[in-house]
Design a protein around this ligand. Structure first.
Ligand code: XMP
Length: 407
């Protein structure tokens, strides 16, 4: 049984820091609202509780619960929070067994029992989170796991091939690729408004997934790559894109092995499960894919140009050894035309913006200062290799106020 410290969330800026610091010491920690009832605390059976807010706001019964030996009070203004946390973890004899190796072993065992002889379905997006979920479940139940990858036609260049290849190499489960690109393009024809594009893509994805899922009558569980920031954000804002949707509609039991992990923990877990480094360090990619980077109406021709420009951006970042230092890098096809000259002839063609940011949590982000040499090469290659593009600009906007995606 894993020892847990509950961190009561008073909404202070230090809360997540405290949580991370405890986990870095090897002890499992979980964020709960400061309004949590004593009854709920009893069910969670923590070995300790951390408070960085006013005791008087907390249910007084909590302090009387038997078995909760340690109440740790940390000031927000504490000069050395990390040192303070390290010292109480050492002094109070915590076991420090929270490692991704243990997490992997526990998760495989737990889902092997929970899923039993049933079948489980999992959508693969090409991202790290869904791949790690599939890795856990393929080790837990093997070919009872049915993975579905929906090709929306809005993926990066070579993405479908690399997901297929990675799957065959690293998983012992069933894999089904569904080519729905025509259907997505048809539904997006003439649509320019970003939220409407997202809505159409989200709905059609659910339709395609549902239809495919029905081909597996023995499936009882749906696995999803929800991670902890999705959960915290959805509680805070109810707005996050990855939460909600599929499960209610399909009526499956939801399996979310990563629900309590941060992104860097998911990456470590991926390595423990045998996924290759370059796969677990992939930049995140939005659900609606290239559609939110192809501004205005999405057409096959525009997607082809964007795909080619985007591949050049990523290649050059990798070539310069900057992939791990950056958090997201991509091209955006702008709905503007400008005048240029090629081989002495006037052109009137599209512009591409390069976006490259560094961030820890994707809630805020800084534009990344790519070296001039890298930008020069990207620009020259895009203009030279991508038909219909005669101008490249670099996005130097931070989030906030700009978002990372352009739509
Ligand atoms: P923004 O553009 O809001 O993006 O600064 C923050 C992070 O979220 C990703 N993103 C999405 N992910 N569906 C997703 O699954 C979406 O509709 C979506 N929009 C943005 C974005 O790529 C960045 O990592």
């Amino acid at each position: 049984m894993q020892e847990t410290i509950l961190v009561l969330d008073f909404g202070t800026p230090a809360t997540q820091l405290i949580l991370r610091c405890i986990r870095d010491c090897g002890v499992h920690s979980q964020l709960v609202p400061y309004t949590i009832s004593a009854e709920k605390v009893r069910q969670l059976k923590p070995k300790g509780i951390v408070l960085d807010g006013d005791d008087k706001l907390v249910d007084p019964e909590i302090f009387k619960i038997e078995g909760v030996g340690n109440i740790h009070r940390v000031g927000e203004f504490l000069p050395d929070l990390e040192l303070h946390i390290r010292s109480f973890i050492e002094c109070d004899g915590y076991q420090c067994t929270w490692t991704m190796k243990n997490f992997a072993a526990d998760a495989i065992e737990r889902y092997r029992n929970e899923i039993g002889d049933d079948e489980v379905i999992c959508g693969l997006s090409g991202g790290v989170d869904s791949a790690v979920v599939a890795a856990i479940l393929s080790k837990a139940v093997g070919r009872q796991l049915k993975c579905i990858c929906v090709d929306s036609g809005m993926m990066r260049k070579g993405e479908i091939e690399s997901v297929t290849e990675a799957f065959q190499k690293y998983f012992d489960a069933e894999f089904h690729m569904v080519d729905a690109s025509e259907g997505f393009l048809k539904r997006l024809a003439g649509v320019e408004e970003p939220q409407e594009k997202r809505r159409i893509i989200g709905h059609y994805f659910i339709d395609v997934f549902t239809e495919t899922a029905q081909k597996f009558p023995n499936v009882r569980h749906l696995a999803q790559g929800t991670i902890y920031p999705d959960v915290i954000e959805s509680v805070a804002t109810k707005l996050h894109h990855n939460v909600g949707g599929l499960p209610e509609k399909l009526g499956f039991n939801l399996v979310e092995p990563l629900r309590e992990l941060f992104k860097d923990e998911v990456r470590k877990l991926g390595i423990e499960l045998g996924l290759p480094e370059d796969f677990v360090w992939r930049h995140p990619f939005p659900g609606p894919g290239l559609a939110v980077r192809c501004l205005g109406e999405v057409t096959r021709e525009k997607l082809d140009s964007l795909c080619a420009a985007d591949a050049i951006v990523v290649e050059e970042i990798q070539q310069a050894g900057l992939y791990r230092q950056t958090s997201q890098a991509f091209a955006v096809l702008l709905p503007v035309k400008s005048v240029g000259v090629t081989d002495g002839k006037r052109t009137y063609d599209n512009a591409v913006a390069i976006r490259c940011v560094a961030t820890d949590d994707f809630m805020t982000a800084d534009w990344f200062p790519l070296p001039a040499e890298v930008l020069r090469k990207m620009s020259a290659r895009i203009i030279d290799e991508v038909p219909g593009v005669n101008r490249v600009v670099y996005d130097i906007s931070n989030k906030p106020p700009a978002t990372i995606e352009w739509e």
